[in-house]
Every structure is written in C-alpha cells, then in structure tokens.
Design a protein around this ligand. Structure first.
Ligand SMILES: NC(=O)c1ccc[n+]([C@@H]2O[C@H](COP(=O)([O-])OP(=O)(O)OC[C@H]3O[C@@H](n4cnc5c(N)ncnc54)[C@H](OP(=O)(O)O)[C@@H]3O)[C@@H](O)[C@H]2O)c1
Length: 261
C-alpha cells in the first residue's frame, strides 16, 4: 500500500479537469505537491487555494517540448525527492485521418507520449537509488480501443501503455511501482482543448465527455489505484468502461459498433 500523506507528488496537468481534482484530493490527504502545466498563474492560484499552500510549489512546463521540459525540471527538482510522479497532462484530437496534418500527429506524440518518457527520466534515477517510488501515467480507454476522429491521440495513448508495461517489468526489481490509468469519458475541458486536423483548438464540448463521470470521481479512482499499487485501472462508466472488455472478448462485435458510431 502506498500512503499519500507527507509524500512529494509531482502532478502534471494540474490546472484543469482530472489534474485539478487530483490536486485538491491529494492535498487533502497531506501530499506535498509540485504543480505542473503551461499556465503558471492558474497553478499559483491553485497552490494558494490548497490546504498548507507553503507545502506546495509550481513548476510551469510546456510538455510539447519534452527535451526542454526535462532540462528545466531536472535543474528545478535537483534538490527535491519526488516520491510519486503523476503524468496526467494530455491533449486530445477530433479530426479524421484524411484531414489531419502530420505536425498534429507529432504534437500529440510529444505531449501524450514523449513528455512521459522525458519526465520519468528526471525522477527514475533517484527512485531506483532509494528503491522506492511510484510512476503513474494517465493513458485512456482510447489507448486500448481505437475510435473515429482520434487516430493520433489513440496512437500516443496506445504507445504509453506499452511503455508503462515495459517500465513496470524493469522496475519490479527496483521497488518502483508503476500504475497506468485508463479513463473513459470524463466531463472536463478535454474535447474543448482537442486539436483539429490543422492543429487549431476545437473549442467546443463533446456530448460523450459531457455525459462522462466527474473529474472528482476519476481523481478518487486514481488515488485508490495509487494507494493499492494497482498496475492498470479503468475509470469510467457505461460503454467507455466496457469497451476494453469487449475489445478483448468480443472484438468483432466492437469493431462493428465502432464503424457504425
Ligand atoms: N476527459 C476525458 O474524457 C479523458 C478520457 C481519457 C483520458 N483522459 C486523459 O486525462 C488526462 C487529463 O485530461 P483532462 O480530461 O483533465 O483534460 P483538460 O481539462 O483539457 O486538462 C488537460 C491538462 O493538461 C495540461 N496540458 C495540456 N497541454 C499541455 C502542454 N503542452 N504542456 C503542459 N501541460 C499541458 C493542461 O494545462 P495547461 O493548459 O495549463 O498547460 C491541463 O492542465 C489527459 O492525459 C487525457 O488524455 C481524459
């Protein structure tokens, strides 16, 4: 069991949605947070709104440039011990394969895949040395099941699940826990912030996400998964929760359903 109280938790995507809910719930449990996203002023406002604001810090990073983010984080965190890293930041997509420009695929991979690899490289050496630590990565049900309009997002989220599986196998002998979270639909800004085929922001909600679980419910599922050292957890309801099971046991049926959606 991983206890949260008094742990230093580095949380990405803390300014919105699932990450914002996680920040509040982790702080309530006594975690000391390092809050990351691009928007420094939102993060500073969040820090001041949390219990024991002085226990928390802000580290603004643009994760669409993982090498630069790694360099900045490595020097900012040189004197800190990170117990838990939660790779939660992410960007989605709403565009057909035939209308999506190549740079959009690259941006999705940078934020949703390479930034995870890069930030893990910042904390893993210390965790291995201490024989203690926990890496948590928020993938998606879209990392198990590909659907229309999300080819780049799904590609990155599939990739990060494979990477986390390899990491878990390698870290077992080093005492570092690895948890992958697969949210289904969650009511956040994800669809609003999704990229379209030319890389511009979509700028409106989805009925799918609007009908999903609350970010608070998802955050609570993530914390439970951390506390119980789970390898992989699906957080959602309805079809978005069932889809990975259908993929495994009734793939033909699922393919027909997705083609007709
Ligand atoms: N909502 C869902 O239905 C759903 C389903 C499956 C998986 N997920 C995953 O859950 C995670 C959280 O998403 P959410 O639903 O909470 O979405 P959200 O409300 O759009 O929040 C996304 C977060 O990621 C940060 N972010 C985005 N691009 C970034 C960049 N280039 N550099 C640094 N930070 C960046 C944003 O902060 P700034 O804008 O301040 O940088 C924000 O804090 C993502 O990994 C997403 O793929 C969500």
């Amino acid at each position: 069991m991983t206890a949260i109280a008094n742990k230093t938790v580095w949380l990405t995507g803390a300014s919105s949605g699932i990450g914002l809910a996680l920040a509040h719930q982790l702080a309530e449990k006594g975690a000391k947070l390092i809050l990351t996203s691009r928007r420094e002023s939102q993060l500073e406002e969040l820090r001041l709104s949390l219990p024991s604001p002085d226990a928390h810090s802000v580290l603004a990073l643009d994760l669409s440039h993982p090498e630069k983010a790694k360099e900045t984080a490595s020097s900012a965190l040189a004197n800190k011990t990170v117990d838990i890293l939660i790779n939660n930041a992410g960007v989605s997509q709403r565009s057909l394969v035939v209308e999506t420009e190549l740079p959009v695929y690259r941006t999705l991979m940078e934020v949703d895949y390479f930034s995870v690899v890069a930030l893990n490289q910042v904390v893993l050496p210390g965790m291995i040395e201490r024989h203690n630590g926990h890496i948590v990565t928020v993938s998606s049900v879209a990392g198990k099941v590909g659907t229309k309009l999300r080819s780049g997002y799904s590609g990155a989220k599939f990739a990060v699940i494979g990477y986390m599986d390899c990491l878990r196998a390698e870290m077992a002998e080093h005492g570092v826990q690895c948890t992958t979270i697969l949210p289904g639909f969650v009511h956040t800004q994800i669809a609003h912030n999704a990229l379209t085929g030319d890389g511009s922001l979509r700028g409106k909600e989805d009925t799918d996400n609007a009908g999903g679980i609350s970010p608070e419910q998802c955050a609570s599922d993530i914390i439970q998964a951390i506390e119980n050292n789970k390898a992989e957890v699906v957080s959602g309801k309805g079809m978005s929760k069932l889809a990975p099971l259908l993929q495994r046991f009734m793939p033909g049926l699922l393919r027909k359903m997705l083609a007709n959606r």
